[in-house]
Ligand binder design. Structure first.
Ligand SMILES: [Ca+2]
Length: 247
């Protein structure tokens, strides 16, 4: 958005370039205009360089939905809001699972879909996953997700299997200070991730997990921003070419 504004400001500047009658511009005047162009281009490149780092690390504000219901008063929100983590990071430890810091499915619904909305298009190159652990409800982390298929989407409608994703999550028998499993892969552009839950670790009543966090490799510029940038740069080229022909 900020970049779009900068490009618009830049185009205004181009329009405001003082008229010279088109033919008799002094070399001092040309130099001044060229210097101004260089400054604007440098400012735009700087914005581009800064933008990818603006939202680095754990993507905040992720929301989740499921067709697996919930049990014991747990909420799916407990798996994306950081509750139970030692810090809001992708390497933090999670406390023993209790209803207020994790989510488990409706009784008897052991498989199904969980969809995560990242809140925008991101380049994701890893995610950290904390399974339901020995805190319960099943003993020794048996409630945790076992078999899984990971899918991604850019529009929330068309989901494609993510070949770089894991096909299973580990059982976590412990019940205190549990580290995540961290899955790294070649960055994928996605607005949504989906876990197709295929099985759990043996609990016959519920399936669940404690937390998930997605790592933002870099922000993906909006297509309109790229288009505007391209238009702005070609504008410079045309303007400079005209100037050199006039000389
Ligand atoms: Ca949690």
């Amino acid at each position: 958005m900020q970049l779009s504004r900068a490009v618009f400001a830049f185009r205004d500047l181009m329009m405001e370039s003082p008229s010279t009658g088109g033919k008799h511009m002094s070399s001092t005047h040309q130099k001044t205009i060229l210097q101004r162009h260089r400054l604007v281009v440098m400012a735009m490149l700087l914005l581009l360089a800064i933008a990818p780092n603006a939202l680095a690390d754990r993507i905040a504000g992720v929301t989740a939905t499921t067709n697996m219901g919930s049990n014991f008063g747990t909420l799916l929100a407990n798996t994306v809001n950081g509750v139970g983590l030692s810090s809001p990071s992708l390497t933090a430890t999670h406390a023993g699972t209790i209803p207020s810091n994790s989510w488990v499915s409706s009784q008897g619904v052991l498989t199904g879909q969980i969809t995560f909305n990242l809140g925008g298009l991101f380049s994701v190159n890893s995610f950290s996953f904390w399974n339901q652990n020995g805190g319960g409800p099943g003993g020794n982390g048996s409630t945790g997700i076992h078999g899984v298929q990971v899918l991604t989407s850019t529009d929330g409608v068309l989901f494609t299997p993510f070949v770089g994703g894991p096909s299973s999550f580990a059982q976590v028998p412990g019940n205190t200070n549990l580290p995540p499993e961290i899955f790294s892969f070649t960055a994928v552009s996605a607005s949504y991730f989906r876990f197709e839950v295929l099985s759990n670790w043996g609990d016959t009543a519920d399936t669940g997990f404690a937390e998930v966090g997605f790592n933002n490799a870099a922000t993906v510029p909006e297509p309109t921003t790229i288009l505007l940038l391209g238009t702005g740069l070609s504008g410079i080229a045309v303007k400079l070419r005209r100037r050199s022909k006039v000389q």
